[in-house]
Design a protein around this ligand. Sequence first.
Ligand code: NAD
Ligand code: GLY
Length: 362
Amino acid sequence: MTDTVQQLNVELGDRSYPILIGAGLLGARDLTAWVAGSRVMIVTNDTIAPLYLEATRRNFPGCRVDEVVLPDGESHKNWEVLNRIFDALLENTHSRKTTLVALGGGVVGDMTGFAAACYQRGVDFIQVPTTLLSQVDSSVGGKTGINHPLGKNMVGAFHQPRGVLIDTDTLQSLPPREVSAGLAEVIKYGLIRDAGFLAWLEETMPRLVSLDAEALTEAIYRSCACKAEVVAQDEREGGLRAILNLGHTFGHAIETWAGYGNWLHGEAVGTGMLMAADLSRRGGALTAADMDRVERLIRAAGLPVVPPAGMTPDDFMRLMAVDKKNVEGQLRLILLRSLGEAEVTEAFAPGDLSDTLTAFCH
Ligand code: NAD
Ligand code: GLY
């Protein structure tokens, strides 16, 4: 195991928890201090199980460790597959003292967290994220849930993990398209809150895309630090936390339109952030040069910069109408005040939104 484990904390009073980041942590770091009882249920999928399940079992010495292996994919983030977690827990007589372990990307993490929030009215869980996207975003902050055919992540709960273990070595087996998807969320932090980080990303993107371990660790640490800060201030998204959804309103519309799993979440967010930047520019907050920087960075991360062919402005308007940020039918968006600063707002000209949608749809 590496001797350079970095630690951050998500400060939420008696629900505070650590995030450990380092290489070689899977199979090596003893996590039993995060387990209240003596039983653990690892939830993973059929892609990750052959790669990392056996190692993860060794993180819980002395515990009885069961497992449930789900089918891989966003299209399985639904009630039916969620129920398999409950089946496995009940068949193996897990009690309220059990601890679930989410071993995988954001799909496994969101579903396991939601199962933990519901099982016997709530049990503990630990996040062991294995995609870049889940390491920088979905494993931190306690948003859990599943998709509904009419909307992404529409059924869920806030439920914080007991801890997050990020083994950066797992990224070496990640397909390039998934690396790019994770980089979308990394870029997001620069855009919404940290102009210095954004400039660092512009310089460092080639190293990140080629999986340079040192650059990735730095990007993960800075991303998690940003997310932990925001979540500590606004756990349940009463206000500030919504800025973490930059590009997501457009992005969720793309994901739903394309069919879950056809566009990766991060890909949709990448295009969505560019659309949000375009709308911000139309409102006068960004310059054309700012827009160029955003587009260059999103392209450099290997992400798409236009929505899927055939998607129309009407499709966007219909799908964006069910976004969770909307209040009483009023569309709310995250827009940029400048590169490095975001706001949640309803105050954009409807004509500008329509122009952005028309400009991007093809
Ligand atoms: P994912 O979970 O589908 O994982 C992507 C693919 O990579 C899957 O096929 C997975 O099996 C595979 N994989 C995972 N780790 C691997 C590894 N180390 N090596 C090889 N293959 C590996 O996708 P994701 O991008 O991690 O997560 C997307 C999901 O996260 C979406 O459902 C999204 O809604 C959710 N999300 C949640 C939050 C939150 O705050 N809860 C935030 C962002 C995204
Ligand atoms: N990914 C958005 C959030 O956690 O709030």
